[in-house]
Design a protein around this ligand. Structure first.
Ligand SMILES: NC(=O)c1ccc[n+]([C@@H]2O[C@H](COP(=O)([O-])OP(=O)(O)OC[C@H]3O[C@@H](n4cnc5c(N)ncnc54)[C@H](OP(=O)(O)O)[C@@H]3O)[C@@H](O)[C@H]2O)c1
Length: 347
């Protein structure tokens, strides 16, 4: 099975600058759509970087919910991307494409990928890479790109959350939720979150959330509205949560959808939208163009990397599994007891 178009490249212009890259590498592939057992350790041809790509010798890869959906056959990789799962890695650049000028061999980076992260080597677009922030272990940096790109693009670029405004985020202890809480707090916003259990509610408070509701019990939309409402909702729930989100949004509120764990169809009262002048939007990170991803990376570098380097934002890491135990990592994510990011150590 091919890894990606870039790994088949025999174009000398894109040949690795380093001689130390092996012909093959260990990787985890999806043998066939199914459960965690479908993830199989295999040997693949090491990718070669395309003209605008770098080749990263990975230290670790992040595990994300979209990987689980891909494994189940519900979220295929975009055209041209590796069929291997894995949307983010961190490690050392060992080879450069002919048109890459902003990185050099030896740079230690983390990168957002359209796929191919569950492997010892990954080819990444040069614009989707960021330096590993000073003070952050390289393995932990593998868990930064997917959630920080997604939260930044949706909460700050799209919804324009400003200091002093209130963000409501569901899935408080998820990779996305933990990033949204810590980042929005560091950017001067108030954060309200929901979680599925008392224990997760307590954890979300330690992450910095100002108020946390247990969505299985509290009439959270009424309590949030009574306490001053939300200006932005980052929604991964969809379904029946959408009218409840709209009910507690303030006038000129912004509702951004990034998933629909409770259902893709949601009843929306148009008069509520009109009366409060609400804005509803949504996106998927995978489908964004490389240019868009490079622009988000630049804004992260300017606005968020200094917060990571100063310790104002600390990545929330749950647990690290060896690459060969990717199935166990997926099982752990599906059990749902994790807090923050699950990682795979690829060395
Ligand atoms: N659009 C994009 O660009 C984009 C990018 C990355 C991720 N995503 C999506 O964002 C979501 C979070 O990703 P992740 O990697 O952070 O996943 P994750 O760590 O597995 O978190 C999933 C969270 O969803 C909550 N949840 C699950 N079922 C729920 C339900 N029925 N009602 C309410 N909450 C529910 C869980 O909270 P409790 O355990 O507290 O119930 C859990 O914290 C995923 O759905 C993922 O596909 C979208």
């Amino acid at each position: 099975m091919a890894n990606s178009p870039s790994d088949a490249a025999s174009d000398p212009a894109s040949a690795p600058a380093s001689g130390a890259v092996p012909e093959t590498m260990r990787a985890v592939e999806i043998a066939e759509p199914g459960g965690p057992e479908a993830l199989r350790l295999t040997q693949r041809k090491t990718p070669r970087p395309g003209p605008r790509e770098v080749l990263i010798r990975t230290a670790a890869a992040g595990v994300n919910r979209p990987d689980v959906l891909q494994r189940m056959g519900l979220y295929p990789p975009p055209p041209g991307a590796s069929d291997l799962p894995g949307l983010e890695v961190a490690g050392e650049i060992v080879a450069l494409g002919a048109d890459v000028t902003e990185w050099t061999v030896g740079d230690v980076v983390c990168a957002l990928l359209p796929g191919g992260g569950y492997a010892e080597y990954a080819a990444a677009d040069a614009g989707s890479c960021l330096p590993v922030p000073e003070g952050i272990p390289v393995e932990h940096a593998a868990g930064l790109p997917e959630t920080f790109f997604t939260v930044w693009a949706n909460v700050f670029d799209d919804a324009g959350l400003s200091p002093g405004e209130t963000l409501l985020v569901h899935g408080a202890t998820s990779g996305i939720g933990a990033t949204a809480i810590t980042l929005a707090k560091a950017m001067g916003a108030k954060v309200i979150a929901t979680a599925g259990s008392e224990a997760k509610r307590d954890v979300a408070k330690t992450l910095g959330a100002d108020a946390v509701y247990c969505y299985r019990e509290d009439p959270w939309e009424e309590e949030i509205a009574a306490a001053g409402g939300a200006d932005v909702v980052l929604d991964m729930a969809g379904g029946d949560f959408v009218p409840r989100n709209l009910a507690c949004l303030n006038p000129h509120g912004r509702h951004v959808s990034i998933a629909f764990l409770r259902g893709a169809d949601a009843p929306v009262n148009i008069f509520t939208v009109m009366r409060k002048r609400l804005r509803l939007s949504g996106s998927t990170m995978k489908a964004r163009t490389l240019k868009e991803k490079a622009e988000i990376a630049q804004r992260l570098k300017e606005n968020v990397w200094p917060l990571l380097e100063s310790g104002a934002v600390v990545p929330v890491i749950d647990r690290t599994f060896p690459l060969a135990e990717a199935g166990a990592a997926h099982r752990h994510m599906e059990d749902g007891a994790h807090v923050g990011k699950i990682l795979l150590k690829t060395r």
